[in-house]
Design a protein around this ligand. Structure first.
Ligand SMILES: Nc1ncnc2c1ncn2[C@@H]1O[C@H](COP(=O)(O)OP(=O)(O)OP(=O)(O)O)[C@@H](O)[C@H]1O
Ligand SMILES: [Mg+2]
Length: 360
């Protein structure tokens, strides 16, 4: 799939923008703070109904305005879709082919993206929360049932935590029992799907990593669930006293993690910076391939400022795996190697919320 057109209205530092994109590589070049990442953020928003850098989406609305709007015209294998995303100070709303959708979750899977930004390079070292986010964003895009289970799980989790707090006053264990039962149903679904997905990521990332490192490193990606499928009930009861004391739920998928091993060494603890980067690159490329398999066509790749963070060889490896994928790249300058290896479709210059196509 590829984006044919992108329009922004009062989005971050854009007053109005209408862009026609190339089906191949699109490079957005410009100084810092000019609006390059804002373009990728707009696409991310249409794909996931949220921003990749803020939880308060109203921050996106251009200062002094009431509304922001993104429109994407998307060419898929058999059809084309128009996605509209509206933000107001109070709400978010979207439409697919001009028909408003009831739940923003319906956007998942309508446009499929893989985003790679400098923060992702910290994925191995960063908090478990970021690693869970990595799994969730991917799984939600390819599996609607997962999205639903995850949403319900977090809703029930919130209720259980309220019941834990109320226990101090009402001593009512039955309220906690009710939430435990529901939590189990959704938790099991999440654990099962995460487990299968990470197994798949592991199989693919392992081959890619071996290729990038010239056969020197054997990567293993391991799912570390906070609780297993068969001992959920047992663990919830075991930790209940502690949960009541701390008024929060201490086990469950919201505490899951992933570990990475290279030649059986824990990369989180012992990996060099270069090794951690290569692991993330292998993971991202595996993500692209899994998504393509599930949706039956290539997703869109968004590369925010990552090229300068990767050495020449790794940049080439990245492009080797992204043939025939619409790619949007932001950078402050263009690396010679990109010029050399890439057939650039379009090159844009971004300055103070204006985008100008330039001759190559
Ligand atoms: N709600 C908003 N209204 C108006 N301008 C905004 C808003 N939010 C952010 N900006 C402006 O957008 C610009 C940042 O845009 P963006 O993050 O896309 O920059 P960039 O070109 O990616 O820069 P860098 O190279 O540093 O990553 C800043 O000038 C910031 O002040
Ligand atoms: Mg940026």
């Amino acid at each position: 799939m590829y984006i044919k057109e992108l329009s922004l209205k009062d989005f971050r530092n854009y007053n109005k923008l209408d862009l026609k994109l190339d089906a191949g590589v699109n490079i957005f070049k410009g100084d810092n703070a000019q609006g390059k990442t804002n373009i990728l953020e707009a696409i991310y928003l249409c794909a996931t109904a949220r921003s990749h850098r803020t939880h308060k989406e109203k921050e996106i609305i251009r200062w002094g305005n009431e509304y922001a709007h993104v429109m994407i015209n998307l060419q898929k294998k058999y059809i084309d879709d128009i996605i509209d995303f509206h933000l107001s100070q109070k709400s978010k709303a979207a439409a697919i082919n001009k028909i408003p959708i009831n739940k923003l979750g319906e956007l998942f899977g309508c446009i499929n993206i893989v985003m790679f930004s400098p923060e992702d390079l910290q994925l191995v070292k960063s908090s478990p929360k970021e690693r869970r986010r990595f799994i969730d964003i991917e799984l939600c895009q390819i599996d609607r049932l997962y999205y639903y289970a995850l949403k319900q799980y977090h809703k029930v989790l919130k209720q259980r935590n309220v019941a834990l707090k109320q226990y101090a006053r009402n001593r009512d264990l039955s309220a906690i029992d009710i939430w435990d039962e529901q939590l189990e149903e959704y938790a099991k679904e999440i654990i099962k799907k995460r487990s299968e997905f990470i197994q798949e990521i592991n199989n693919i990332a392992k081959c890619i990593h071996e290729d990038i490192t010239g056969g020197k490193e054997c990567l293993q990606v391991v799912y570390e669930p906070s609780v297993n499928l068969d001992d959920f009930k047992y663990k919830m009861l075991k930790f209940r006293e502690k949960d009541i004391l701390y008024q929060t739920t201490s086990v469950g998928p919201h505490r899951d993690d992933i570990s990475f091993f290279i030649n059986e060494m824990d990369v989180k603890i012992y990996g060099s910076q270069g090794q951690q980067r290569t692991v993330v690159l292998s993971m991202k490329l595996a993500e692209l391939s899994i998504m393509a398999k599930y949706i039956g066509e290539e997703p869109i790749l968004l590369l925010d400022d990552v090229l300068s963070e990767l050495d020449d060889k790794r940049q080439k490896d990245l492009f080797k795996y992204t043939q025939n994928i619409q790619t949007l790249i932001t950078c402050t300058g263009i690396e010679q190697s990109v010029w050399n290896t890439q057939k650039i479709g379009k090159l844009y210059y971004v300055r103070e919320g204006n985008v100008e196509e330039i001759e190559k």
